[in-house]
Design a protein around this ligand. Structure first.
Ligand SMILES: [Zn+2]
Ligand SMILES: [Zn+2]
Length: 561
């Protein structure tokens, strides 16, 4: 047994040697040694170097490494290789099904340096065309990463949305007549979920409790008071709370808002809550406007509700178009025409803003100047053909290290709108990131700031930025900020939406779709926007076609003036 950790170190050493293309014979012999050590019928710990040398398949140099490892806890060669490999790449070695050869391509050809970026690349279909990969490998890698992500007990909202409603349906099947609702983080529509709470109100609490407690809905069930706790198959923790019907709305209220929110509301109520017949009554008693669950986080919106001024939250139906999308011109899966027709006929939208990657994004087939001009010809042609529907000419222009955009002005001037985003050199100080972003925001051609922090929820922390400075710069330069609707991004974070709105900055709910199904991510963007308190008046792509055309033209007019 004790040989396992030693064998693991040797395996890592052989993987790193292969990754860095060291001598294949030496690499092979280290890999063999790892296998051998793992299978030895005795522990290597008590052996001398001479004894180990005599073991078949180990030999002199391996024996010396084992002794070094036992004495110092590491191997010099391993340390040297680790020093020149990004941490995220080393972590990737632990993923089943991706060997060093594939990791070398992921790292060196695709520019991906950690598991979060790899997952994102799978979602963007970027692995399909890489050497030695294919659709099947990509999907396998995606699955393994999802499994790992679930391992820490946290999930993206999009990963539990479906399961949560399925569980509620099953409970409905058991008790058609009971009151039941999702509460907690899921009802508040948090971007990261660690527990699913469901409140059930029944005329006979005990019968309901017993039936649910003995049902097969959950794994690893534990009972505690009126709580039934367990797990779903994907590992998500579930807490079902069973109460008497008369206590249902009170319990639902208590288990929906954050602690801070619930406490602040209760403080405003004189006397007992008793048995309210709806949540509305609770807010009424507190002299507050009823608050949508999304807004029940801190106390900021309570101050607004006191004055009866809560925003009318945006809905998916308010969106009139989809901006920031990628077609087959860069790394997307569907053609421009397929995407436009899908938006027009399936989603009933009025316009599509296409913004393929710009020329610096080599890993994503970014467009050369020549291809930009060709794409514009195709768009002109499609706009004639599509009758009433409009495609806007955009680009997702990389923000280079110094904050400049990667086309000359005369090319930038040809687009209807420009999304400026950072995709490279993500490791920077807050000061550097803020300056880099502000330089791009001050570029007169920038229309929208794309995914401002580069974060990938649960897998890659974004670079730090000075939010206020960045938002203030957008206000000063008439730049719109994106709420990237990809459930991994949801960037700009909802906590900053009110600040942006207060500065007069518009937000845009952008799907960043790389295929037609990606447009449906707008649902998650809307959820994030609602949490931020966004009304349609402050949302760019809630504008009808004529108005957004006008807005783009005015912005362009300001450059030439
Ligand atoms: Zn991007
Ligand atoms: Zn994009």
């Amino acid at each position: 047994m004790e040989n396992k950790p030693i064998a693991r170190k040797f395996r890592l050493l052989s993987q790193l040697m292969e990754l860095h293309e060291e001598n294949p014979f030496k690499t092979k012999s280290i890999a063999n040694a790892a296998f051998k050590i793992d299978k030895l019928p005795f522990s290597v710990a008590g052996k001398t170097q001479e004894e180990l040398e005599k073991v078949d398949g180990i030999g002199k140099s391996t024996a010396a490494k084992v002794i070094e490892l036992l004495q110092t806890g590491t191997i010099t060669e391993l340390q040297e290789l680790l020093a020149k490999t990004p941490e995220g790449i080393v972590e990737m070695m632990g993923i089943k099904g991706i060997g060093p050869k594939k990791i070398a391509i992921i790292w060196k050809d695709l520019g991906i340096e950690n598991i979060g970026e790899l997952y994102y690349a799978c979602n963007e279909n970027r692995l399909v065309e890489a050497k030695g990969f294919g659709f099947k490998t990509q999907e396998e890698i995606k699955k393994v990463i999802e499994f790992r992500m679930a391992g820490n007990g946290k999930f993206l909202y999009a990963q539990v949305d479906h399961e949560a409603h399925e569980l509620l349906d099953e409970i409905r099947g058991i008790f058609p007549d009971a009151l039941k609702h999702i509460a907690g983080e899921v009802r508040r529509r948090n971007d990261i979920i660690s527990e699913l709470v469901i409140v059930v109100g029944s005329i006979d609490q005990q019968i309901a409790f017993d039936a649910l407690a003995t049902s097969t809905l959950l794994n690893n069930v534990t009972l505690n008071g009126n709580h039934i706790s367990g797990e779903l198959n994907n590992g998500l923790l579930v807490d079902i709370i069973c109460v008497e019907r008369s206590q249902y709305y009170k319990e639902l209220f208590l288990n929906t808002g954050s602690e801070e929110h619930v406490e602040a509301v209760l403080k405003r109520i004189t006397g007992e809550l008793e048995a309210p017949e709806s949540e509305e009554i609770i807010y009424e008693k507190a002299n507050l406007q009823w608050m949508p669950p999304e807004l029940r986080e801190g106390t900021d919106f309570i101050d607004v509700a006191i004055h009866n001024r809560l925003p009318t939250l945006i809905t998916l139906n308010d969106l009139k178009g989809a901006l920031h999308n990628h077609s087959t011109w860069s790394d997307g899966v569907n053609t421009l025409e397929e995407m436009a027709v899908y938006c027009r006929d399936e989603l009933k939208l009025e316009y599509l803003g296409i913004s393929d990657h710009s020329k610096s994004a080599f890993y994503a087939k970014g467009l050369s100047i020549e291809r930009v001009l060709q794409q514009h010809e195709e768009i002109d042609h499609l706009n004639k053909k599509l009758d009433g529907f409009h495609i806007f000419k955009g680009i997702e222009s990389d923000i280079l290290n110094d904050g400049s955009l990667d086309y000359p002005d005369e090319i930038l001037a040809r687009f209807d709108f420009i999304v400026a985003s950072i995709h490279s050199n993500l490791k920077m100080t807050e000061e550097k990131a803020t300056t880099r972003l502000i330089k791009a925001i001050e570029n007169p051609y920038t229309t929208i700031l794309g995914h401002p922090t580069g974060r990938l929820l649960l897998s890659r922390k974004g670079y730090d930025i000075d939010y206020k400075k960045v938002i203030d710069a957008c206000a000063a330069n008439n730049v719109i900020i994106e709420i990237n609707a990809n459930p991994l991004r949801l960037d700009l974070d909802w906590r900053w939406h009110q600040y942006a709105i207060s500065k007069g900055v518009m937000l845009s709910i952008n799907p960043d779709a790389h295929r037609n199904s990606g447009f449906h991510d707008m649902k998650y963007g809307v959820i994030a926007a609602r949490k931020g308190g966004l009304a349609k008046e402050h949302c760019l792509n809630a504008l009808p076609l004529a108005e957004i055309k006008d807005l783009f033209e005015k912005k362009k007019g300001a450059v030439s003036a």
